[in-house]
Design a protein around this ligand. Sequence first.
Ligand SMILES: [Zn+2]
Length: 374
Amino acid sequence: MRSWSIHVGRLFGVEVRLHLTFLILPLFVFWTEYNSHGSANGPRDLALVGIVLACVAAHEIGHMLVARRYGLIPKAVILLPLSGVTVFDETHAEKPASGAAAWQREVRIALTGPLVNIVLAIIAAGIIFAVAPEANLWKWPFLQPSNLPRSLVWANLYLAGLNLLPAYPLDGGRVLRAFFARTIDPSAATRRAVSISHALAMMLMVAGLFSDTWLTMVGVIIFSAAQLEERAVIFQSVLDNVRLEEVMLTDFATLSPADTLEDALEKAVHSLQDDFPVVRGSDMVGVISRQRILEALRVEGNGYVQAVMNKLFEVSARQESLASAFRKLTARNLSIIPVVEDQRLVGIITLQNLMHSMALLAESRKLRRDNAES
Ligand SMILES: [Zn+2]
């Protein structure tokens, strides 16, 4: 998702990114205009795109401000032609509140976006009625580069209406999902919301073939967004449900603090590991990376592992979840976590091995579920 968007600036300390599908919008507007009048007015067409962009941004700011009141810190917001996606900073996120509080929070955050658009539409319509009644709000087509005031009102109404569709991950679908999550577990609730969303997207795509191409486009966007979101949920459930003992490396090399850096490098050459636990007897005393060994050798010449190893490290227990290991790794910018039992080193988790095993586990879960469903 991230790689498909470009950085455009910051707003309220939050990074704003523009999804590349937004670039399709000007082309689409030019194309429709050219088809209906045989000519297109560049500046006006761009102004219409700008209006849609501003309405989406206002919608997202609404979500963000309410989310912030609940202690969720937005890291970035990605603007799509239809809605936006707010990415929260997971390392700071508290454990999701459960029960009634969680569902109310979800619903409030979701509904604020469309509400902002409805309020903006009402204000804009009021002003137009007062100062420019000739803009004729009820004349078709509602969105038109030649009538920008009317487009402003209707862009907001369209955004509110579309986002209220019960198609997850649009806001209406989020409300529906929160509703399901009151009685069933969160990932099952997401799956149910996603299947409803897929069905709705299919209907829109087919309906679009017989009426307006816009509907087909909306259907395609919903379909792919739902799929992205479902993948994220599978990933999250792997993170939460898999114990470290299921993925930790049990066959690994260790170093001793008394090893010289040249010895250490020699050992590193014979191993696939990038990071090594340093043990004295049966005690964990530090961690060191292949990179660090090389640097120290280059800068300071040969010395002892003891002097250059990282003594500030975190350990985990076998029973901890991948999510907790992941938080430890990212919060402190570590690349290895020793897994200990009764103060004895029983395995290691490295960023590299976590990435590999998570992708594999997500895939195997999806396969298992698909088999169970068919
Ligand atoms: Zn929204």
